[in-house]
Design a protein around this ligand. Structure first.
Ligand code: GDP
Length: 440
């Protein structure tokens, strides 16, 4: 999810690499790229422009904390702004009525029926509610059947009147049925069309007026990008809905809808759908979504942990070695020992922005250090300082000596190679911070 956008943003932040301070000049290029990445992700032009202007205002003149590279500081500013743009706080669903009536709206194919089921299941299993699903699509018998299939799957009753052609009546009857039978939530699934049309809007407006739902939700397919935003606007004009459900986020590689929708209709995204299964529903957390979009880890915690381990003298030595291409397995071993003090390796890698991506082919196990240390201890001093000399024969010997397999030696060599590359990549005046991160 969002791979394209986060990769592009990642590249944009790289422009700042090597700068010690954020200035008008060096931030301009980065933000231009950020804007382009947002536009490519199908974010509305005005939103993208306002967004970068705001970030720029905040960024310029900021003292770059000694521990953070300017790129990282900008990532944080962008993340905060993205979070704000997507709604800031988590928005809940209003369940105050008895029964609480939830009206679902949206185009055909948006995932309305599927989401109605997911929500019913969520409320039943997580909130201890007794929901009733209501089929109000009077045009497509298949839609009614589909809701019954969903209901059966999750063990939730479905109310339908296949012969009745009046959705207002069906909805009202369903609420009566709910009251009489102890249902405390009524989820009304309505008819959708392939595109916004007047008849459909009139119909849902009538249902809305008649049943006065506590909560009106608008369901939209996140893969439709800008169209999602336009449809949301059309529905909001008629219904003044309470929240947005973004479906098919599992297939969304652009992310534009998530970013734009809140600021266009000024309604929060409440849930997201991430698959076809009934369990594929998530509460929408703007800050987590921002982190996901940026593909970033928890920089602040990482820096904090690294600071605790930081040894300036060691860091300087290490930096020199990297610069001179002399980084070897002995240094790797020292790094591992430092990193071990900071915590679990997998967590740490996840905290470094971009590192999870750079190391995605490298398998990192929690207890991987044990083998790694054994392998390095089986190397000769020559091999440790010049890993390039380790050929097939030497690998076999090292594997035997350390009680590991040749594949494990190969894996370590690959890991080492990746790490050296990463260190070189993040070199420059700001690179010192990476050394701090690595605890060296
Ligand atoms: P409706 O016409 O709005 O009621 O839409 P449906 O609920 O029938 O969904 C349309 C299609 O999208 C179906 O094939 C669903 O299985 C699929 N779908 C719904 N939600 C999601 C989701 O979050 N992820 C994925 N991948 N597919 C979904």
């Amino acid at each position: 999810m969002f791979d394209n956008l986060s990769e592009k943003l990642d590249k944009a932040f790289h422009i700042l690499k090597g700068h010690g301070k954020i200035t008008e000049v060096n931030v301009a290029d980065t933000l231009k790229e950020v804007r382009r990445a947002l536009l490519d992700a199908d974010v509305n032009f005005k939103i993208a422009k306002d967004f970068t202007t705001k970030v720029k205002e905040k960024a310029i003149g900021q003292d770059v904390l000694t521990t953070l590279q300017p790129g990282q500081l900008l990532v944080k500013l962008v993340k905060d702004e993205l979070t704000e743009l997507m709604g800031g706080d988590v928005a809940g669903v209003n369940l105050s009525g008895n029964p609480s009536v939830i009206l679902m709206s949206g185009l055909q194919g948006s995932g309305k029926t599927t989401f109605s089921g997911k929500l019913a299941n969520f409320l039943k299993t997580k909130k201890n509610k007794k929901p009733l699903l209501v089929a109000c699509d009077i045009y497509r018998p298949a839609a009614i059947n589909q809701l019954h299939v969903v209901g059966d799957q999750i063990g939730v009753e479905v109310y339908s009147e296949p012969e009745n052609k009046n959705p207002v009546e069906i909805a009202q009857n369903a609420i009566k049925h709910a009251k009489a039978n102890g249902f405390n939530v009524v989820i009304v699934d309505t008819a959708g069309r392939l595109a916004v049309d007047q008849e459909m809007m009139d119909e849902i407006a009538r249902v809305h007026k008649a049943i006065q739902p506590q909560e009106t939700l608008f369901v939209v397919d996140s893969m439709t990008g800008q169209d999602a935003v336009n449809t949301a606007k059309a529905f909001n004009d008629i219904l003044n809905f309470d929240g947005v459900i973004l479906t098919k986020l599992d297939g969304d590689t652009r992310g534009g809808a998530a970013i734009s929708i809140k600021s266009v209709v000024n309604k929060p995204i409440k849930f997201v759908g991430t698959g076809e299964k009934m369990e594929a529903i998530d509460i929408f957390y703007p800050d987590r979504m921002a982190e996901r979009i940026l593909g970033m880890g928890d920089v602040v915690s990482l820096v904090e942990r690294a600071q605790e381990q930081f040894d300036e003298e060691e860091a300087r030595k290490l930096q020199k070695k990297i610069a001179k291409n002399e980084f070897g397995f002995d240094d790797f071993l020292t790094q591992i020992q430092q990193v071990k003090k900071m915590g679990n390796m997998k967590d740490l890698v996840g905290m470094i922005p971009g590192a999870s991506k750079a190391m995605k082919d490298v398998e990192i196990e929690d207890d991987a250090f044990k083998h790694i240390e054994a392998i390095i201890h089986s190397m000769t001093p020559g091999e440790r300082s010049k890993p390039a000399i380790i050929d097939v024969k030497r690998k076999a010997r090292i594997a035997k000596g350390s009680g590991t397999k040749v594949e494990q030696v190969n894996q370590l060599m690959k890991q080492f190679d990746q790490m050296s590359k990463m260190m070189k990549m993040m070199q420059g005046p700001g690179g010192k911070n990476l050394m701090k991160m690595m605890g060296g």
